[in-house]
Ligand binder design. Structure first.
Ligand SMILES: CC(=O)N[C@H]1[C@@H](OP(=O)(O)OP(=O)(O)OC[C@H]2O[C@@H](n3ccc(=O)[nH]c3=O)[C@H](O)[C@@H]2O)O[C@H](CO)[C@@H](O)[C@@H]1O
Length: 369
């Protein structure tokens, strides 16, 4: 099968596309791929590292307010469609898959216009702008939440698949997670992350909380700042504590996140949909701090779903302080029964076979059925 993948901007749109490629390969090692991403998104760095052939087009997103920039965006979109058509005619895919983010707009639209079977995968319960626009052009919309089908009125076909990244993490090695972190096997690990790009508010709370962490017994705190905040955050912690404690591991980014998640006891995070699919696939309890700066406040909706199921605590950014975060972490890590109950509830919300379900839909389309 010849497959074009497109999605980007942030990790939450890129990794599901990579997970689809891995599942296609596992089922048929002769599968060939082309990933079409944006010139400026995180995908231009991550996809080549995954050894998936990568080509880029120049594209920006729409602003919600009327502005001159939107005129330029329309021009770039049309140019993007022309470029994508050329790439597709050359690669001759059996199927084209978009996983959200601006860049998949022109690529999936071009595929539909050329009559190539196409699919979009939506990670959130509320669709993003690009996927909403593409809904009426594609053959299938694959959704991550059961019941979110109704958000895609006008689609030819909507299928509940879950998020394919759930399958990747379900297969990851826990031992390799401990080994790459350099902590003893079976340590209790609390992982703190601010989505795929880091989050200033979480970084500030972590700096304030750092002196309290020594009170958590037998716990390793792995704290991922995001590339662009790494130096300043690490320095702030060092200067507040005078040293970097052994049980605190500050990292800019984690490239083998599935393995690190596999050895995590509790996660503190934003509430991006791909991350949530991953942590429920593994049954990890969580404290979620939804980003207040996303379309339709969809991260709070994501977080409330997990909280409602008993898998998570939601902490709104306006209530986030070092003290409040420490209290929430200690409350869960010092109460093993509560942590286990949350873990069980988290696992109940997971869908670890998502990639298989989605790839079987992709095969059906590629075979022209
Ligand atoms: C600000 C914004 O618009 N965020 C959106 C974006 O979030 P974002 O890109 O942050 O997405 P998620 O939090 O859902 O996923 C992040 C992905 O990056 C990976 N990862 C992250 C950090 C790291 O160090 N290493 C690593 O590999 C995670 O394992 C995960 O696969 O896409 C999500 C869709 O999925 C949306 O729900 C989010 O609202």
């Amino acid at each position: 099968m010849r497959v074009v993948l497109s999605g980007g901007g942030t990790g939450g749109h890129i990794y599901p596309a990579v997970a689809i490629a891995r599942q296609c390969e596992a089922e048929n090692p002769d599968s060939t791929f082309l990933y079409i991403g944006g010139t400026r998104g995180l995908e231009s760095k991550l996809v080549p590292q995954e050894n998936i052939p990568f080509q880029s087009i120049d594209i920006t997103g729409f602003r919600r307010k009327l502005s001159l920039d939107n005129v330029k965006t329309v021009m770039r979109f049309l140019k993007g469609v022309r470029t994508a058509k050329k790439m597709l005619k050359e690669f001759k895919p059996d199927v084209v898959i978009g996983t959200g983010g601006y860049v998949c707009g022109p690529v999936v639209y071009a595929a539909a216009k050329l009559g190539i079977p196409s699919v979009i995968h939506e990670q959130n319960a509320i669709p993003g702008l690009t996927n909403k626009f593409l809904t009426r052009y594609v053959d299938t919309v694959a959704v991550s939440f059961e019941g979110s089908e109704k958000a895609f009125s006008g689609a030819k076909r909507v299928v509940y698949t879950g998020n394919p990244r759930a399958t990747t993490v379900a297969q990851a090695s826990r031992d390799r997670g401990f080994a790459t972190l350099g902590v003893p096997m079976d340590s209790r690990v609390v992982l703190v992350v601010g989505g795929s790009r880091g989050a200033k508010a979480i970084n500030k709370a972590m700096v304030d909380m750092a002196p309290m962490l020594a009170k958590l017994e037998d716990v390793h705190v792995v704290y991922v700042t995001g590339d662009s905040y790494f130096d300043e955050t690490r320095e702030a912690i060092r200067s507040s504590l005078g040293t970097m404690p052994n049980h605190l591991h500050v990292l800019p980014y984690v490239y083998n996140m599935p393995e690190v998640l596999a050895c995590t006891s509790l996660i503190v995070n934003r509430a991006g949909a791909s991350f949530l699919a991953e942590i429920t696939s593994l049954g990890i309890p969580s404290i979620l701090i939804p980003s207040p700066n996303v379309t339709n406040n969809h991260q709070e909706a994501n977080a409330r779903t997990l909280e409602g199921g008993g898998a998570s605590l939601t902490m709104l950014e306006k209530d986030l302080t070092g003290q409040a975060l420490y209290k929430a972490i200690a409350g869960i890590m010092n109460d093993e029964a509560a942590r286990k109950r949350m873990a069980e509830a988290s696992r109940k919300l997971g869908k670890p076979d998502a990639a298989e379900v989605l790839v079987s839909e992709i095969r059906r389309l590629a075979a022209g059925r």
